[in-house]
Design a protein around this ligand. Structure first.
Ligand code: KMH
Ligand code: ZN
Length: 288
């Protein structure tokens, strides 16, 4: 009989591209982010993925703002923190990384390759950047994470990026287990199809002790989350990547999105990991 590992639910609370004009429930301030993190934790999420913003919603790399967020979240609960190093368009590499040695979160995102990174509606490009993550950068981020005792979450947007991480691991910059987040639906990366998820998760499952999570962009989020629940992977929901709770209906909150993950998991008979189990599954925090 196949027994699937318990499900780790992450909620990506705000990102750097979503705006309140798109969904007014988007949290900006450290207080709003901490309230959202706590509500998500109460609803069943064991990790929150966080970008920092100024009160007007502008993305910021300020370590002080990140510190304030971390302090406020940890005062409320011990939910695992995955702080973004993806940053926002226009940030330098050092800005993207600057808060990690100061905040020392359990996890940080580590983007696994350079690519066109675009969002489009129909055939119109809404936003586009060249997202620079050279091998040298991956190694530098890896070393900084190690030093901070922070485990990388490897964001992979396409097949080749899985291998990039294996190469940089061979150079000695990362420890096992490798925790991957398969991000599907960014224009410039792999399309959000079930076949792509199957293919990428099968490659990752060949890596001893590696884990995987899925992040679907926009309306693909719920379909891919459902598939990952069935396949034994972990899931990420949240307003960073999707503003809808169902077709055409705006999500009322990040918490509502976590509740939907919990409901789907229960319907599909997949047990949900608590905090200790999530730490065990991803081996956090690392004892470097
Ligand atoms: N919003 C995802 C498409 C990061 O923060 O490092 C990308 C992301 C990357 O979450
Ligand atoms: Zn992010």
């Amino acid at each position: 009989m196949i027994i699937l590992e318990k499900l780790v639910i992450t909620c990506a609370l705000t990102g750097s591209l979503t705006s309140r004009a798109q969904n007014p429930a988007l949290p900006h301030t450290p207080e709003e982010l901490a309230n959202n993190a706590y509500a998500c934790y109460e609803a069943g999420a064991t990790m929150v993925h966080i970008h920092a913003r100024m009160p007007d919603g502008t993305p910021t790399a300020s370590p002080e703002v990140f510190q304030d967020i971390v302090k406020r979240v940890k005062e409320k609960c011990d939910v695992l923190l995955c702080l973004s190093t993806g940053g926002a368009p226009g940030m330098t590499l050092e800005q993207r990384l600057g808060h990690i040695p100061i905040c020392k979160p359990e996890m940080g995102s580590l983007n696994s390759g350079s690519m066109n990174f675009a969002l489009a509606r129909g055939t119109t490009i809404l936003k586009e950047i060249i997202f620079p993550n050279k091998f040298e950068t991956l190694g530098h981020f890896g070393d900084t994470f190690k030093e901070a005792g922070t485990a990388p979450e490897f964001e992979v947007y396409d097949v080749g990026q899985i291998n990039n991480i294996l190469f940089v691991r061979e150079q000695g910059h990362f420890h096992d287990p490798l925790n991957y987040n398969i991000v599907l639906g960014v224009l410039g990366g792999a399309a959000p199809t079930m076949e792509n998820l199957m293919y990428m998760k099968n490659l990752i499952e060949k890596i001893p002790r590696a884990t995987w999570c899925v992040t679907g962009i926009g309306r693909h989020q719920w379909r891919l989350i459902t598939q990952a629940i069935l396949l034994g992977g972990n899931v990420r929901c949240g307003l960073e990547d999707n503003i809808y709770i169902s077709r055409g209906v705006l999500a009322e909150s990040n918490k509502q999105m976590v509740e939907k993950c919990v409901r789907l998991a229960k319907e599909l008979d997949r047990e949900i990991a608590d905090l200790d189990e999530a730490k065990e599954i991803m081996q956090l925090p690392r004892k470097y």
